[in-house]
Design a protein around this ligand. Structure first.
Ligand code: XBP
Ligand code: MG
Length: 252
């Protein structure tokens, strides 16, 4: 039997919305300033730090490379909790819209009866804020699983968060598609055995997505003419990404 698209697992940061540069980064800087740390993550610096997933892990990494003074884990945790609070406020201000095509594809997949879930390294309360303010409250019920943050000890690029989400849903990797934006996210999905479509952004465009099923600039909307960076299965009619493309690549 040909594998069928039964489940789509969505990454959050960079995929649902461009949250990193103008959301998470800004919130980290607000928390550093508030706590009296003489540290500001500018846009290029934050790009370097993004190679480490998870906000607490990212702070620890910056300490280790000499960007910030040392602090114990509990202090990192409270600094990160303040960062999350600032992030929630920024999201509540409606500063971060969904990426092009995200709502259309979510609605299309929901109408088609495809199981939908989230697999992210971000903190659950940060995810909740994005769902509430950018997506809409009904999506708390429409996503069958919200797999986020420290629920698994090893964050992306480890496969654990995808494996966890699939276990919760009782779906097989062969019928599941991951939607990602970063090299770490793609590696995580690949290691969990999923098909994967990547929508790049300025931070991730030059990363390695070798083996991904499709790499595009965005999902796009009718008339938008997206940029196709890799289309190994030769999908046709890619003016924008439709549910039919996602269904077709499961069988490619
Ligand atoms: C990307 C991440 C996250 C965010 C920050 O997550 O690495 O850590 O940058 O979020 P995704 P926290 O898997 O959705 O791309 O500070 O809440 O960890
Ligand atoms: Mg991401």
């Amino acid at each position: 039997m040909m594998p069928e698209l039964k489940c789509i697992l969505w990454d959050v940061d960079g995929t649902l919305a461009d949250t990193e540069r103008d959301g998470h980064r800004v919130a980290f800087n607000m928390a550093f300033d508030e706590a009296g740390h003489a540290r500001e993550w500018d846009v290029p610096t934050y790009g370097e730090l993004l190679k480490v997933t998870g906000g607490k892990e990212r702070i620890r990494y910056d300490i280790e490379r000499g960007g910030m003074g040392d602090m114990p884990d509990d202090q990192i945790a409270s600094l990160h909790a303040r960062k999350t609070a600032h992030y929630q406020e920024l999201i509540a201000e409606g500063r971060i819209p969904l990426r092009a095509g995200v709502r259309r594809l979510l609605e299309e997949a929901w109408q088609a009866g495809i199981t939908l879930g989230v697999a992210t390294t971000t903190t659950p309360s940060a995810l909740d804020a994005l769902i509430e303010h950018s997506l809409g409250r009904e999506w708390f019920d429409r996503f069958a699983v919200l797999a986020a943050g420290d629920i698994v000890p090893a964050k992306k690029p480890a496969p654990d968060i995808y494996t966890y989400a699939m276990e919760q849903l009782g779906v097989d990797a062969g019928n599941t598609l991951a939607l990602e934006d970063s090299g770490n996210g793609w590696k995580s999905a690949q290691a969990a055995g999923l098909h994967c479509v990547v929508t790049v952004n300025d931070y991730t465009r030059a990363q390695d997505f070798d083996g991904a099923d499709l790499v595009v600039s965005e999902f796009g909307e009718p008339g938008s003419a997206i940029e196709v960076l890799a289309n190994p299965h030769g999908l046709a009619d890619l003016e924008y990404v439709k549910l039919a493309h996602l269904q077709a690549l499961m069988q490619a």
